[in-house]
Ligand binder design. Structure first.
Ligand code: GDP
Ligand code: IMO
Ligand code: MG
Length: 427
């Protein structure tokens, strides 16, 4: 049974939640291995719409088991809220959701430091974070000052927390910022732990046993490769490895137990937050993509920046994540366009380049090299096979596969489960 890593192949919000929901049908386990509640994964089932931030999207399938792995940074209060929401809508988590005792914890002072960090940066240097405390929590993890879920269930937790709050308050006070209230942080965390405590365990042997038993594991990536701390548009990135490598380090399932990588790729490009974005549109076409694609953040509600498809980005995902196949989403959003552009390379200081530069100042100087394809001006939603698609849509798809070097194994034409094609049988 293949273990599948699903990653975002652009700047996040590619439709990972929807594709995970479709693939969960065949899986036994769904595992989150990085990121935190900066993620917002939307799943539409019939008339119902769910937005999941920390709980793996697999929770919406009865009987499937879900893991929040060691690589995730977890805000206990936010997680309890989310669990309550999921429960209210009829999905049980007891015996189905397992939280790694090695996962690092996001505390209110991390969120305060996140906000301060952004506010204190010069205009233009801001990252545009989700202000969920993600960066400061991963910083503490790397600085070996973080607290993990295993510390929260330890009798010595109050003292461990006190030392952290005192230290962080010194930093906040030096910034002239409001400080955290130790008693309040302790109380809210302990209250959250009455719900989370029973779900915390060592998830390593759990997943090892699943692998041994040949059960199928689906890794639900968060963010996207261009937000990856190593391969993204640093420093305009998140603080974890959002690429396929993060699935192993963030779960304890080793690389040689992984079998397949699915890259989720939007048929155009979006980005939320700051940082360079070579194919960004500031014209009517960009507006149209935002409107038709309903491109507003699932976590912060911010309007997403929109642009044409960028094959340089997609090839970067293929190289760094080993994408075997694409799940190509939101092709339906292009239904109304007369002409559609694909960026196949960049021009940088008069030279054509095929690969994504490391230096963001160079990225900002890149201009896209476009080719233009005719639109299809026909609704694609409702198509049940490739043969049902207009000729021009099939040509666009084929060209994306050519310029990115990977095939589309899944094609998504709408937010719901049923709006999904598996084009293996090419028409
Ligand atoms: P994620 O973070 O990658 O899970 O993506 P988000 O949930 O943040 O954003 C994707 C949005 O597009 C959600 O509102 C989905 O319901 C929606 N969506 C997913 N796939 C499709 C599709 O193929 N067509 C359309 N029109 N919407 C889609
Ligand atoms: P999903 O999983 C889109 C962006 C933020 C900001 C940068 C750093 O839904 O695709 P952070 O709060 O992580 O320190 O912010 O990363 N960002 C996302 N953008 N989708 C996401 O998740 C994101 N998670 C973080 O907007 O630019
Ligand atoms: Mg999202």
């Amino acid at each position: 049974m293949p273990n599948t890593i699903l990653i975002g192949a652009q700047w996040g919000d590619e439709g990972k939640g929807k594709i995970i929901d479709v693939l969960t049908e065949r899986a036994d386990w769904v595992v989150r291995a990085q990121g935190g509640n900066n993620a917002g994964h939307t799943v539409e089932i019939g008339e119902e719409r769910f937005v999941l931030h920390l709980v793996p999207s697999g929770i919406l399938h009865e009987g499937k088991r879900c893991v929040i792995g060691n690589g995730v940074v977890l805000d206990p209060v936010a997680l309890v809220e989310e669990i309550n929401g999921v429960r209210e809508r009829g999905f049980e988590v007891e015996g189905r959701l397992f939280i790694s005792d090695r996962a690092h914890v996001v505390f209110p002072y991390h969120r305060m430091l996140d906000a301060q960090g952004e506010a204190r940066k010069a205009k233009g240097d801001q990252i545009g974070t989700t202000q969920r405390g993600i960066g400061p929590t991963y910083s503490d993890k790397a600085a070996r000052f973080g607290l993990r879920m295993c510390d929260l269930v330890d009798p010595g937790f109050p003292d461990l927390l006190r030392a952290r709050v005192e230290e962080k308050n010194r930093v906040l006070a030096a910034m002239g910022a409001p400080v955290a209230d130790y008693a309040e942080v302790l109380a809210s965390t302990q209250e959250a732990m009455t719900v989370l405590g029973p779900l915390v365990c060592d998830t390593v042997p759990l997943l090892h046993a699943a692998v041994q038993a040949g059960e199928e594991i689906l890794f639900e990536g968060a963010q996207g490769i261009m937000l990856d701390i190593d391969f993204g548009t640093y420093p305009y990135v998140t603080s974890s490895n959002a690429g396929s490598g993060g699935a192993s380090t963030g779960s304890g399932v080793p690389p040689n137990r992984m079998h397949r990588v699915v890259g989720v790729l939007k048929a155009y490009t979006t980005r939320v937050g700051e940082g360079p974005f070579p194919t960004e549109l500031h014209d009517a076409a960009g507006e149209e993509l935002r409107k038709v694609g309903r491109e507003f953040g699932a976590t912060t509600g911010r309007p997403r920046r929109c642009g044409w498809f960028d094959a340089v980005v997609a090839r970067h995902a293929v190289m760094t994540c080993g994408v075997d196949e694409w799940a190509l989403t939101k092709l339906d959003v292009l239904d109304g366009f007369d002409r559609i552009k694909i960026c196949t390379a960049y021009e940088l200081d008069g030279k054509r380049i095929e690969h994504f530069p490391a230096n963001v100042r160079e990225v900002a100087r890149c201009t896209p090299v476009y080719e233009e394809l005719p639109g299809w001006k026909t609704p694609t939603r409702g198509a049940r096979s490739l043969a049902d698609l207009p000729e021009a849509a099939r040509r666009y798809l084929a060209r994306l596969e050519e310029v990115t070097g990977a095939p589309a194994g899944i094609l998504s034409l709408g937010p719901r489960r049923e709006d999904t094609l598996f084009p293996e049988a090419r028409a």
